[in-house]
Design a protein around this ligand. Structure first.
Ligand SMILES: NC(=O)c1ccc[n+]([C@@H]2O[C@H](COP(=O)([O-])OP(=O)(O)OC[C@H]3O[C@@H](n4cnc5c(N)ncnc54)[C@H](OP(=O)(O)O)[C@@H]3O)[C@@H](O)[C@H]2O)c1
Length: 283
């Protein structure tokens, strides 16, 4: 059986919906901490099981008779996030899961400036040490994050963000889901690390230009300082943990940790990934 965690989330649910068209839905286990949010999946014949990353025991219940697991990274950060991801890996080990496909982060290494990437790197190491066959999907930033990154730019005509000239190889979430589904269907037994990126990378100047073309209105990029960005987030009463996460993301973008791009996603999909231009036209 194939289990997918984060089934109530955007990437997990997209992947399940693609996967069910290629395997017997009774071979799929959708795992969510609030399974009542996934009852529509029952209608396709997919198993829905409760599992909270905070509890190894609940993940053990969720992963019974599973041999392949798509582990969607958690939204929690810091020590809690690392512990949650370890709980999932430990539960998978206990249940005899053979293969883990894990959604990691581009530039995964302990030295990353982005807190979530540091966490992904710790989980990758733990999965390796635990002896699974693994595939790591080192995802670049989702295109779907752009509205959050540019804030109220459509009203002010200015994107205020501290990315310097850093570039990002934005990737479409649905493309990642398609590639994850194909990896889950693949029977290979060797370890793989994929860098999942768009076909090119864009600076925030480029982004301003594309948004101006889309809206027909002037749009500029103002490279504010990290301190100004922090102040902006505090003015919006963003919780401290999230401020730390978002400022670490901006530092990583500025240092080009998300600028790398390659053909890997195109090869996995057998077609061109959705371009940023196409995505921006759709929103
Ligand atoms: N590459 C990028 O640009 C990017 C951007 C954002 C996030 N991410 C990472 O990629 C992951 C998937 O992205 P997404 O867009 O699908 O995010 P999402 O829609 O926020 O989904 C996250 C999923 O994780 C589940 N989850 C969180 N804490 C849990 C817990 N304690 N126990 C069980 N499940 C838990 C959520 O469950 P609930 O529905 O119950 O909350 C949800 O199903 C995120 O979780 C995050 O780690 C990457």
């Amino acid at each position: 059986m194939i289990a997918i965690t984060g089934a109530s989330g955007k990437l997990g649910s997209l992947t399940i919906r693609i996967l069910k068209n290629h395997v017997d839905p009774e071979e799929i286990v959708a795992v969510a901490r609030s399974p009542e949010e996934c009852t529509d999946l029952n209608e396709y014949g997919i198993w829905v099981r409760g599992g909270d990353y905070n509890s190894k025991e609940s993940m053990i219940d969720a992963l019974q008779n599973v041999d392949k697991l798509l582990q969607i990274s958690t939204t929690a950060t810091g020590k809690k996030g690392i512990q949650q991801e370890r709980n999932v890996v430990n539960a998978a080990k206990y249940c005899g899961v053979k293969r883990i496909i894990y959604t990691s982060s581009l530039h995964a290494c302990r030295e990353s400036r982005f807190l979530a990437t540091q966490q992904a790197s710790a989980t990758e190491s733990f999965i390796k040490q635990s002896g699974f066959v693994y595939s790591f999907f080192r995802n670049s930033l989702y295109m779907e994050l752009i509205p959050n990154l540019v804030g109220n730019a459509s009203e002010t005509g200015v994107i205020r963000y501290p990315a310097g000239d850093g570039k990002v190889s934005f990737v479409n979430r649905k493309d990642i889901a398609k590639a994850l589904a194909s990896e889950l269907l693949n029977r290979h037994e060797e370890n793989r690390i994929y860098e999942i990126t768009g076909s090119c990378s864009y600076s925030f100047h480029d982004l301003a230009e594309l948004l101006a073309q889309k809206t027909g209105k002037n749009m500029l990029y103002e490279n504010i300082t990290p301190a100004e960005y922090k102040e902006l987030l505090n003015e919006q009463s963003v919780p401290t943990d999230t401020v730390d996460l978002l400022t670490s993301l901006a530092r990583a973008i500025r240092a080009n940790e998300f600028s790398h791009y390659c053909r890997t996603l195109q090869d996995l999909l057998n077609e061109k990934p959705v371009s940023l231009e196409t995505y921006l036209q759709s929103i």
